[in-house]
Write a protein that binds this ligand. Structure first.
Ligand code: NAD
Length: 165
């Protein structure tokens, strides 16, 4: 039986939002059902161009849309906490762009919302999954006595450069 695709809503179609659209379109496990941006003209253009079912100018419409299962929050950072909490409280999973929020209190409120909703909240620390960071992590774990020293970091960079040659 084919795997069910996660139905995505993307909030904010700026630089990062367009990257998320590309990534979720390319991923066989997801489909984009809704997008949102404050510019009516822009969002209508994107809807038509990408063949997306719903386009909103108000993020509250996105987080309450029944067709959406998970929201990617790609809005300016001041909106990360209200949109994330709104989405979680409406039963959606959330992938939120970094930085998480404007303050630790707001970040904590987001984490609390995830806990009470039982939904997944992930912050998009995407660099952690790149081969360079994975390599550095592995190397640090396996030979670590002076792992935080400047000398160790220089040594790591030298080894990485050698590997790339
Ligand atoms: N650009 C980067 O390289 C980068 C890298 C990592 C993280 N981020 C983070 O991603 C987030 C978005 O950054 P960006 O560079 O894509 O910004 P951007 O300005 O390019 O895009 C933001 C979009 O949100 C829309 N928007 C703003 N207020 C809105 C509202 N109230 N309702 C609906 N839409 C609204 C804007 O019209 C715009 O299209 C930020 O938190 C940023 O820190 C950006």
């Amino acid at each position: 039986m084919p795997k069910k695709k996660v139905k995505m809503g993307i909030a904010g179609i700026g630089a990062m939002g367009q990257g998320h659209v590309q990534a979720f379109t390319a991923n066989p496990d997801s489909e984009i059902v809704a997008i949102c941006d404050q510019s009516k003209e822009w969002i209508e253009h994107c809807k038509k161009e990408w063949g997306i079912r719903y386009a909103f100018t108000d993020w509250e419409d996105l987080v309450t849309c029944d067709a959406v299962e998970a929201v990617a929050v790609c809005l300016p950072t001041v909106f990360h906490d209200p949109v994330t909490i709104g989405a979680l409280d409406n039963g959606k999973h959330v992938l939120c762009e970094k930085p998480m929020a404007m303050s630790t209190e707001k970040a904590q409120a987001m984490a609390d919302a995830a806990q009470r909703s039982g939904k997944v909240l992930m912050i998009s620390y995407n660099q952690r999954f790149g081969p360079d960071i994975q390599y550095m992590k592995k190397y640090r774990v396996s030979v670590s006595p002076a792992r935080n020293s400047v000398r160790r970091q220089i040594e790591l960079l030298r080894r990485l450069r050698e590997q790339k040659r």
